[in-house]
Ligand binder design. Structure first.
Ligand SMILES: Nc1nc2c(ncn2[C@@H]2O[C@H](COP(=O)(O)OP(=O)(O)OP(=O)(O)O)[C@@H](O)[C@H]2O)c(=O)[nH]1
Ligand SMILES: [Mg+2]
Length: 232
């Protein structure tokens, strides 16, 4: 029996939209990062700590995805930056169409940084390009050091691994060294930041990473400008 390549068609449709989003981000000078992890690794907690550290006039916005509930958007709205919830209604990942729809009403010229929190899942989100500049995978100290080996795709595709919940290291049988080793077996040279959303330890490095990553994107853009790009 012949296989019908349905998956390929769906993915390539997503790819067209993702490429268009990437082009829009470039034109408006926006850095977009896509946070991916298992449910509960601390994506929203990291965003809470990030937004509270941002200057009040920071040009940052968040799209946060979940199967159900507006909980994460409600947690993030209090920091005063634009935040929208994307409720997928059962779909285990965000796709480029969802991002495009939820950007409606936002002027990208007002933004420097768009952070997308994907649906909690280490598998499905790895296959969907959202037009982001970088995927970032979170791994928490309660999940086990073997996750990079079990779910290699997302660790391979992510530019950065954020190891969260380091405050729990004294209480859980998690070997951070082994987790780092496993991540770099899948993705040699992968950047890794370790932090605790609870104590705040390591957050300065994360904030610096975001700043440096945007500066890098803007200098790459300056070297290969696109029509209509405003360097704001
Ligand atoms: N001890 C400790 N707890 C944390 C840390 N980060 C997050 N948590 C807790 O872990 C739980 C889940 O955190 P969330 O930020 O909701 O996780 P999430 O990845 O956004 O979860 P989903 O959106 O459901 O996928 C919450 O109870 C947080 O308070 C951390 O660094 N240390
Ligand atoms: Mg969340």
């Amino acid at each position: 029996m012949n296989r019908i390549p349905v998956e390929k068609k769906v993915l390539s449709e997503n790819q067209v939209l993702a490429n268009a989003l990437r082009e829009r981000y470039r034109q408006h000078g926006v850095l977009c990062v896509n946070l991916i992890s298992s449910p509960g690794s601390g994506k929203t907690a990291l965003l809470e700590r990030t937004l509270e550290r941002m200057p009040k006039d920071a040009r940052v916005a968040v799209l946060t995805g979940d199967l159900q509930t507006e909980n994460d958007a409600q947690r993030l709205a209090k920091f005063g930056f634009p935040v929208k919830q994307i409720t997928t209604g059962g779909t285990c990942h965000l796709d480029a169409r969802m991002i495009e729809r939820h950007l409606e009403g936002w002027n990208l010229d007002d933004l420097d940084l768009l952070i997308v929190e994907n649906v909690g899942n280490l598998v499905c989100p790895s296959s969907y390009d959202l037009g982001e500049d970088a995927k970032i995978v979170l791994l928490s100290t309660t999940e086990g050091e073997d996750k990079p080996l079990k779910y290699p795709s997302i660790f391979f595709k992510s530019e950065l691994m954020v190891l969260t919940k380091t405050d729990l290291l004294p209480y859980v049988p998690f070997k951070a060294e082994l987790a780092r080793e496993n991540a770099r077996r899948v993705h040699p040279g992968m950047e890794i930041i370790e932090l605790s959303n609870t104590t705040g330890e390591g957050l300065d490095r994360w904030m610096l990473w975001l700043k440096t990553r945007r500066e890098r994107a803007m200098s790459e853009l300056a070297a290969a400008p696109v029509d209509g790009h405003s360097q704001s």
